[in-house]
Design a protein around this ligand. Structure first.
Ligand code: SAH
Length: 407
């Protein structure tokens, strides 16, 4: 097996189970590994440290699969995938709900670097983020089908920019089995959603926000009991209405979903229709707008809301974009604070990996102070438990949020 010799002073992260080996940490490549081949990672003295897959085209030349001296074969892939899938189902009845939606495999954090697998009812959506996974995706699909024979089809959504860093082109299409329908209906904590796995963002739906949608439900319910009037809700960067639909059947006066994209709002509207109970008639608005401009207009018009969800896209794609992103987050949060009624909540997020939880809290602090309001953090928020973060891979913790209440 080809060997990758690690520079002595760069051994520590490998020993401490970090899954990435950058080109600068490599002293020597022994043998002639082809792109995607399995390689051994060894110390300068020849001691075995780890085993992973190789890609010279990437800055991350090795992604570690195991720190044990064990063969990487079908059995290994099956065992690792099964372990990840079983972790998601514990606590649920053995027959999973038939419209379930969950992340089953979360790449590096499930020790399967580069591989994401999401389940939407009877279908799986697979993302191959690296060359090592891309080369094996058909075998992986076969094993997934073996592990979950009830699955009807496996669709690939590897149309993501990061593949460029691996020398790969975007790719999507059917990997195995039946074509998924145009929309797959899923259920999440009592709400139904239509998911477009072909054209939707990510693999179709923001599964990472599922637990936070439940938290939103709980606090809207609290506010409902506290305030003696139906609530006014603002769902900024709503996508297909995830947060709005989770709370649509509470005592709501109005919900405004705002997104820059018309297509996602169309689906948000359909999702609303799918969930509204017969006697419930809140005022629903689906507004195609730029949130930065819209929030300014709302402040000028003296608009007020009781609960605001602000879930913008990733503003910082790398460390160099942090300052500009921080200004963007501050601007949004400042205007959100100004728009809240006393006692109201702002649920605010950043999905930029380059912005730490600490920094995000500082940005929101700055926004609050500038808004002239007083506020508290009532919950620290992160991605749902089906998006675990390996302790040795803090890079996996990209989503952070705060639920704040203002006076
Ligand atoms: N909260 C959603 C996910 C939001 S993803 C959920 O739970 O499903 C971020 C969304 O922000 C995307 O739908 C994107 O179209 C939208 N967006 C990006 N830039 C925007 C802008 N400047 N104004 C409004 N929406 C924007």
């Amino acid at each position: 097996m080809p060997q990758i010799v690690i520079r002595h002073d760069r051994e520590k992260p490998v020993i401490q189970q970090h899954p990435w080996i950058f080109s600068g940490a490599i002293q020597e490549v022994r043998g002639d590994p082809a792109p995607g081949d399995i390689v051994d990672v060894v110390s300068t003295k020849g001691r075995f440290l780890a085993r992973g897959y190789w890609n010279q085209k990437s800055q991350i030349q090795v992604r570690i699969l195991t720190w044990q001296d064990e063969p990487i074969n079908d059995d290994w892939w099956r065992r690792m995938m099964q372990q990840a899938i079983v972790a998601r189902s514990s606590g649920l009845p053995s027959n999973m709900p038939d419209k379930m939606a969950k992340r089953l495999i979360n790449a590096e954090s499930d020790w399967l670097p580069g591989l994401v697998v999401d389940r939407y009812a009877d279908f799986l959506v697979l993302q191959a983020l690296t060359l090592g996974i891309d080369r094996r995706k058909h075998d992986i699909a076969r094993l997934l089908h073996e592990l979950m024979p009830e699955v009807k089809g496996i669709y690939e959504r590897s149309d993501v920019d990061v593949r460029g860093k691996e020398g790969l082109k975007p790719q999507s299409g059917l990997l195995w089995g039946d074509e998924p329908p145009e929309y797959i209906e899923i259920q999440e904590s009592g709400s139904k959603f239509l998911v477009d796995v072909r054209k939707g963002h990510k693999t179709g739906f923001y599964l990472d926000q599922s637990a936070n949608r439940v938290i939103a439900q709980n606090y809207v319910e609290k506010l409902n009991r506290l305030f003696e009037r139906p609530l006014k809700i603002l769902n900024l960067c709503s996508y297909t209405g995830g947060f709005a639909i989770s709370i649509i059947n509470q005592r709501i006066a109005s919900i405004t979903c705002v997104d820059a994209s018309y297509e996602v709002l169309e689906l948000a509207e359909r999702n609303a229709e799918l969930n509204l109970t017969a006697n419930n008639t809140p005022e629903l608005e689906f507004l195609q707008a730029d949130v930065f401009q819209l929030l300014r207009d709302y402040v000028d018009q003296g608009e007020k809301f009781d609960f605001i969800i602000c879930d913008p896209p990733k503003f910082a794609h790398n460390a160099g974009q942090v300052d500009k992103a921080a200004r963007g987050y501050k601007d949004l949060n400042l205007h959100c604070f100004k728009l809240l009624n006393s006692g109201g909540y702002l649920m605010t997020f950043s999905c930029s990996g380059a912005i730490s939880t600490d920094l995000f809290q500082k940005i929101v602090f700055g926004a609050l102070v500038d808004s002239g309001r007083q506020g508290q953090i009532v919950e620290y928020l992160s991605a749902a438990p089906d998006h675990p973060v390996a302790l040795t891979f803090p890079e996996g913790a990209y989503l952070k949020g705060l639920l704040t209440r203002v006076m």
